[in-house]
Design a protein around this ligand. Structure first.
Ligand SMILES: Cc1ncc(C[n+]2csc(CCOP(=O)(O)OP(=O)(O)O)c2C)c(N)n1
Ligand SMILES: [Mg+2]
Length: 664
């Protein structure tokens, strides 16, 4: 037995002296391929007899250290200035702090320049384990910092991985700068893998959901394209942009062709404002309405947007329904109202609504005799509708993010935040003197309704307070209890915890709530929260996420990125042990078809549960450098555990608590 084991073990010396060793020696000596094949399978005895061998031949050492296409020939040193050094000069003019990316040869020229010439600052490379994670980190970062990041993708395969995250950013109107490496010149590109990874037009993959893309063919072209891409991405409505970067252009040295290279200066664009006549008409309708309602989704792009919305709401003493695409309106404000107020409205103004149709119509999924769904209007027949949305300026054909068509009486293709100052002035001027008392009275009634609504919400949250698995309301409120005295930022809430944070946490500042993914592509929560936590780290804020189980498992490698780059984040898990949204869909359809949903015995609902084996998320996180605890099933353990985790996060480390929760 012992003898057999000795024979089976392949030690390094024998291995090198065997097939690989002969092949490398053959290649180095210029032997014909047929000779190598013939000599490549020596008998074990022959290998033994040949021992001891010289330690490592030069050829073996070169083969071990060589690059995929490097062979063993000496590599001549490049002369002149690398094209990608100039690209770094261009990138550095734009205040891009980080570059989350997964590495690849198609942008090795730029990668090398960024770290050796650019000294890995502005931007700093953050090692990511999936292109989707890198793009979603950029997405989350922007929403907390208000500045875009750059990511590099290996064209084609890396960009294919990144697509869903880019689509989420498109739907969420968030700027990302995506640079895809591509070996464009077929006469020069290395054969084999780099050719598999090349395409005529890698940007075609993302053209339907980026604002703009380009394929620069010279360095001066790159300078123009990059600054233009940044400018387009950062002009509301914000959105992702893509640049395909030829590997040759990165690696060649600078040829100036008689023209000196220059970098165009970036000057931020002023966002489009609503037409003056349309603003006046909107103000007239609002000022004279009995029950005007303000509905907001991505209206506030910054803290200033919140201030302006408060001013508009107070001028009108009108209720504000915040659909939560961003933190638009303080939840603590007496005019903050539930969506039910929409039914009473005679005038509605929608500001940057992703779905105006869905705001004023109710859709009953699987309703009607044929099951195709039914519609019910939420508003009265004569309700006047006003819209301000910059997204009207940016519609594409293929993806249906523009939602169902809604007729609007006063539609403005303009940025809401930029239009609000003029609208507020126009509203103040349009309020008739004899309406002022009625408007004040309306405000008093809304204030009372707000207090009553808060009490009802708290009572609903107390239901099943002591349940195990833990109720989502308790999960959310135990978390809040431990962070309430910090400058907190809820960086994402994946899965569905019945919107308890938005209903119960006193959200007032823009960074208190960053909104969901935009495109509802699951797998956004974990990487976007790491990206946002990075921005919050630099701003001195405390980041917390409610992390769903399904969402985390799409690409959990982002946990490593957070630990590697010292990004403090408290992730409290909503681990309902399943893709519960889909559990409900299958259940609903079974009901419609008058069948009992197959529960799958110990496997749980088939195709939708994540149990047996139960994933140990605490181990998963700690294996990648996180402090972790759980699974917590006893609600009384939750508070003390979160308290410990908060201290860890305050010390600069990420921490994850796995909590077994109710489905919703
Ligand atoms: C990329 C992607 N794949 C599948 C879906 C369909 N889907 C919608 S919600 C959901 C469940 C997500 O599970 P989890 O994050 O655990 O949230 P839960 O519903 O359990 O609260 C899935 C699979 C999707 N939206 N996006
Ligand atoms: Mg789940």
């Amino acid at each position: 037995m012992a003898r057999e084991e000795t024979h089976q073990r392949v030690d390094r010396r024998k291995f090198l002296a065997g097939a690989a060793g002969v092949a490398v020696a053959g290649a180095a000596s210029g032997a014909a391929p047929s000779d190598i094949a013939h000599a490549a399978t020596p008998e074990p005895e022959a290998v033994d007899a040949a021992l001891p061998r010289p330690p490592r031949s030069t050829a073996i050492a070169a083969a071990e250290a060589g690059t995929a296409q490097g062979g063993t020939a000496a590599m001549p040193h490049a002369k002149g200035v690398a094209g990608s050094d100039f690209m770094v000069d261009v990138i550095k003019t734009l205040d891009i702090t980080y570059l989350p990316a997964n590495p690849a040869s198609s942008f090795r020229g730029l990668h090398e320049s960024l770290i050796n010439y650019g000294r890995n600052t502005k931007p700093e490379f953050l090692t990511c384990m999936h292109e989707e994670s890198a793009a979603a980190m950029c997405h989350g970062y922007f929403k907390a910092a208000g500045k875009p990041l750059l990511t590099l993708c290996h064209g084609t395969v890396g960009l294919q991985h990144a697509t869903m995250a880019i689509y989420n950013a498109w739907c969420d109107r968030v700027p990302l700068i995506v640079v895809g490496g591509n070996d464009l010149d077929a006469a020069k590109r290395p054969p084999g893998v780099p050719t598999f990874h090349s395409a005529q037009d890698i940007n075609a993959l993302v053209r339907d959901f980026t604002k703009w893309d380009d394929t620069p063919v010279s360095l001066q072209h790159f300078a123009q394209s990059f600054v233009r891409a940044y400018k387009i991405a950062m002009t509301p409505p914000y959105g992702p942009v893509a640049i395909a970067l030829d590997a040759g252009l990165q690696q060649d040295t600078i040829h100036e062709n008689g023209e000196r290279l220059y970098i165009p200066r970036y000057v931020p664009m002023t966002p489009p404002q609503g037409d003056a006549n349309a603003v006046r008409e909107a103000a007239r309708l609002l000022a004279n309405a009995q029950n005007p309602v303000i509905v907001v989704d991505r209206a506030a792009r910054s803290e200033d947007g919140i201030r302006l919305l408060v001013a508009l709401a107070e001028a009108l003493q009108a209720p504000v329904v915040d659909q939560g695409g961003r933190m638009n309106f303080p939840r603590t404000h007496p005019l903050s109202s539930p969506p039910t107020v929409i039914g009473r409205a005679d005038v509605i103004i929608g500001l940057e609504l992703a779905d105006y149709w869905g705001t004023v119509n109710a859709f009953i999924d699987n309703g009607g005799d044929d099951g195709s769904g039914t519609r019910e209007s939420r508003i009265k027949g004569d309700t006047k509708l006003i819209s301000i949305s910059a997204v009207e300026l940016n519609t594409k054909s293929n993806y249906q993010d523009f939602q169902r068509f809604q007729t609007v009486d006063v539609p403005m293709a303009a940025d809401s935040q930029a239009t609000l100052p003029a609208l507020i002035e126009a509203v103040k001027a349009a309020i008739p003197a004899d309406r002022k008392a009625a408007i004040e009275k309306r405000g008093e009634a809304l204030k009372k309704a707000h207090v009553e609504q808060q009490a009802r919400t708290r009572a609903a949250a107390a239901v099943a307070w002591d349940a195990s698995p833990i109720s989502t309301a308790r999960l959310v409120m135990e978390t809040y209890g431990q962070i309430k005295d910090l400058d907190w930022s809820l960086v994402s809430s994946s899965g569905n915890v019945s919107s308890w944070p938005n209903r119960l946490w006193p959200m007032e500042k823009h960074h208190h709530w960053l909104g969901p993914s935009g495109g509802a592509g699951v797998g956004y929560g974990a990487p976007a929260s790491v990206g946002a936590a990075l921005a919050n780290r630099d701003a001195g804020r405390f980041s917390v996420s409610i992390q769903a189980d399904g969402d985390l498992m799409y690409a959990p490698g982002v946990l490593w990125t957070a630990a590697r780059h010292h990004i403090p984040l408290l992730a409290v898990m909503h681990n309902n042990r399943g893709y519960h949204q889909e559990v409900m869909h299958v259940q609903r359809l079974s009901n419609r078809r008058n069948r009992v949903a197959s529960l799958g015995n110990d496997m749980g609902p088939i195709g939708t549960s994540i149990q047996n084996p139960d994933i140990d998320y605490a181990k998963l996180a700690s294996s990648m450098g996180w402090w972790s605890a759980g699974p917590i099933k006893d609600p009384n353990e939750l508070g003390p555990t979160i308290k410990r985790a908060v201290e860890v996060v305050k010390s600069g480390q990420p921490a994850l608590i796995d909590v077994w929760t109710q489905p919703r």
